[in-house]
Design a protein around this ligand. Sequence first.
Ligand SMILES: CC(C)(COP(=O)(O)OP(=O)(O)OC[C@H]1O[C@@H](n2cnc3c(N)ncnc32)[C@H](O)[C@@H]1OP(=O)(O)O)[C@@H](O)C(=O)NCCC(=O)NCCS
Length: 110
Amino acid sequence: MPADANANGDIFGGWIVSQMDLGGAVLARGIAHSRVTTVAIDSMSFISPVNVGDIVTCYARLLHIGNTSMKIDVEVWAQRWSDAAQLRVTEGKITYVAIDSAGKPHPVRR
Ligand SMILES: CC(C)(COP(=O)(O)OP(=O)(O)OC[C@H]1O[C@@H](n2cnc3c(N)ncnc32)[C@H](O)[C@@H]1OP(=O)(O)O)[C@@H](O)C(=O)NCCC(=O)NCCS
């Protein structure tokens, strides 16, 4: 939406990162069967801008599972108003930690 745009008229990178963080956390939570928290954003590549009005979709894929952590690759694909084709616009690797109710790490239940 326009409120999420920067001075160039493209969507803020920070807005995209927050959607990726949420999308990756959904996968991590499902793997861990517990609460999770983000411990690191290991990489982030902004490949093409996201335009106001694009429909964006996040795809998350487990890369590595540790004792308490999960490294997840998140791709964002955008569909423009003018074109039904989807375009890969952003890719990042995010690490989540499974936490207990006190916020302390605990082993991922597999
Ligand atoms: C995440 C958190 C619970 C980890 O607590 P901790 O006492 O540092 O835990 P540990 O050192 O045992 O690390 C836990 C796991 O995270 C991994 N980890 C820690 N720091 C990391 C980093 N910078 N990058 C990647 N992995 C990291 C460790 O390797 C470990 O993985 P493993 O158990 O699979 O081997 C704690 O750092 C925290 O609460 N951070 C704030 C989280 C937060 O607020 N996130 C929102 C950000 S806006």
